[in-house]
Design a protein around this ligand. Structure first.
Ligand code: BGC
Length: 548
């Protein structure tokens, strides 16, 4: 290890991490706050696009005759489709590139400063969005810049949390990030709901401006958290890695736990580096695509699994409800207040996510992906079948029982996602990659999430618009089928990573297939495989250390 002493580890696979303390929990819980950006920033745009003041400002059309409100605007009083599409999708472009470059930056300056930079970029984007009035270019550039900041934050928070969280509760803690995403979406919906009928700039400036609060809280708070010890190990600074690890594990620096975990991190890193050496910038990117497609532990396979899993998460169809829910509920014919139903769906999302904290550690990532995916397939197909067998809008007076059944199934579908695919896709991505390519792997996977998120946002209007395919509830045949593909992807490609250290995940991937991974138990440590161990002799409760 450049610049560092040899750190000796243990042969005992159970001793490579300290017991979890409250402080270690709290650090991750704070980092999870980054999810608020993700959720809030995706949550406000749809509502703002339908605000009378915002529409008037950009179209210069006269307001419709009184009384009018955001929920009941005439069809011709709206932003043109291209403008809506540009304002919405430019965010994903920013997040896509932000997530891709963030990995590189996180390897150079560290995980923590990269997230703080993300907060600053995001705040600059918000200023551009709200400072000028009626300036489309500034608004669009602002969305792009803010998106870049969200890309930084969404990729690197996952990386940072996965690297500092204790292995026993890593899944639950990273699920906390998903919980914050859902809270962000709900908050955005509430703020937009409250301001949508104002006929001044406050209508859109308030929902956008609220976001400064998130960047101040996260950016400022992160100054007090330690850097990831795995970042310092990667840099070869053992001294700083030890201090950071001791802080995140809440242990003294010379504790056996700290020394043994550090030895594991270093031994695994040395093995990975010897396996796929990468010298320059290009070769370090190429390293993400090295190895055989048929080897579950190769870098290329992990890159495919990470990016594929995020694509699969979007293919579950969840964002159809969150992006187009309001207009879909309007088409069902019998609903008085579609905004309220949309708000209820976001509430179901928030309230069911905490169940994942428990089941992700109890049943594991792979199993809940399979169960949640199957449940989503069933729910979405039934919605489509009910919608086809009992058409509502066409029937005079509507078909309230069928609509109620559909809404109940849509809520069940959201709960299935929120307890499984929502958190598990992020948890697996954080655990999947070996340290030399981890930041890039997580960055590419996050970029894949935003890419597919954008594609779905762009094509969905064609499925449901009255002047296009006008599928109505039949659109759920499409989402049911894509959710089935997602479930099959999880079955064939996702291995069980529950309860393993990030270094043990490496061993497991090398020794099992996804289908046999659940039964795998760690049997040796990296330090012993690399011959860098101290022996431990147990003497009635005390542990004596002998240099090998
Ligand atoms: C997904 C988002 C989705 C959100 C809903 C996230 O995990 O990546 O696309 O909107 O969950 O809660």
């Amino acid at each position: 290890m450049p610049g560092g002493a040899v750190v000796l580890g243990t042969t005992d696979t159970d001793r490579i991490e300290a017991p979890v303390t409250l402080k270690t929990y709290l650090m991750c819980v704070f980092a999870a706050f980054g999810g608020i950006f993700f959720g809030y920033d995706t949550g406000w745009m749809g509502g703002v696009l339908g605000m009378p003041y915002f529409i008037q400002m950009y179209t210069h059309k006269p307001y419709p005759p009184e009384p009018f409100d955001a929920a009941h605007l005439p069809a011709d009083f709206a932003l043109p489709a291209w403008e809506k599409s540009l304002m919405t999708s430019i965010l994903s472009a920013g997040t896509f590139f932000g997530a891709l470059v963030a990995g590189d930056i996180a390897d150079v300056v560290g995980r923590r400063p990269t997230i703080i930079m993300g907060c600053v970029i995001f705040a600059v984007g918000c200023i551009l969005e709200i400072a000028p009035k009626d300036a489309l270019a500034a608004f669009v550039i602002g969305r792009l810049v803010a998106g870049g900041g969200v890309g930084f934050i969404s990729a690197i928070i996952i990386l940072y949390m996965s690297e500092i969280a204790p292995k026993k509760v890593r899944g639950a803690l990273v699920s906390g990030y998903q919980f914050c995403i859902t809270i962000g979406i709900l908050l955005a919906n509430c703020v937009v709901y409250a301001t949508q009928d104002r006929l001044d700039t406050g209508s859109y400036r308030i929902p956008i401006g609220v976001q400064f609060l998130w960047s101040i809280i996260l950016g400022f708070g992160l100054f007090f958290l330690p850097e990831s010890p795995r970042f310092w190990a990667r840099k070869g600074d053992i001294e700083k890695a030890t201090v950071a690890l001791a802080t995140v594990r809440d242990q003294p620096r010379d504790s056996d736990y700290v020394q043994d975990e550090l030895a594991e991190i270093i031994a695994n890193l040395e093995f990975e580096r010897a396996h796929i050496p990468s010298s320059g910038y290009v070769s370090s990117w190429l390293a993400c695509f090295k190895g055989s497609l048929f080897d579950g532990s190769s870098n290329v396979r992990r890159t495919i699994v990470g990016t594929g899993l995020q694509c699969a998460q979007q293919f579950t169809g969840i964002n159809f409800i969150f992006y187009f829910g309001t207009s879909f509920f309007q088409t069902l014919g019998t609903i008085d207040n579609p905004f309220l139903i949309a708000l209820i769906t976001t509430l179901v999302n928030v309230l069911s996510t905490p169940i994942s904290f428990y089941i992700i550690e109890k049943y594991g990532r792979r199993r809940i992906l399979l169960i949640g995916g199957t449940s989503m397939v069933i729910c979405q197909f039934i919605v489509a079948i009910v919608g086809t067998a009992a058409p509502h809008a066409q029937v005079p007076g509507g078909n309230p029982p069928a609509v109620k059944a559909e809404i109940a199934l849509i809520c069940l579908n959201i709960a299935s996602f929120a307890t499984t695919w929502g958190p598990a896709a992020w948890v697996v991505v954080g655990e999947l990659f070996p340290l030399p390519i981890r930041s890039r792997g997580v960055g590419m996977s996050t970029a894949s999430n935003w890419f597919w998120n954008c594609i779905i946002g762009v094509i969905t209007p064609y499925f449901v618009s009255a002047d296009k395919l006008n599928l109505g509830p039949k659109v759920f045949f499409i989402w049911g089928s894509t959710a089935m593909l997602s479930t099959l992807f999880a079955y064939f490609f996702v291995s069980e990573t529950k309860g393993l250290s990030l270094e043990q995940v490496d061993q497991m991937l090398a020794e099992t297939t996804p289908r046999t991974s659940s039964g795998w138990k760690p049997h040796t440590t990296w330090a012993s495989a690399e011959g860098k161990v101290h022996d431990k002799v147990e003497h009635e409760g005390s542990v004596e250390k002998v240099e090998a």
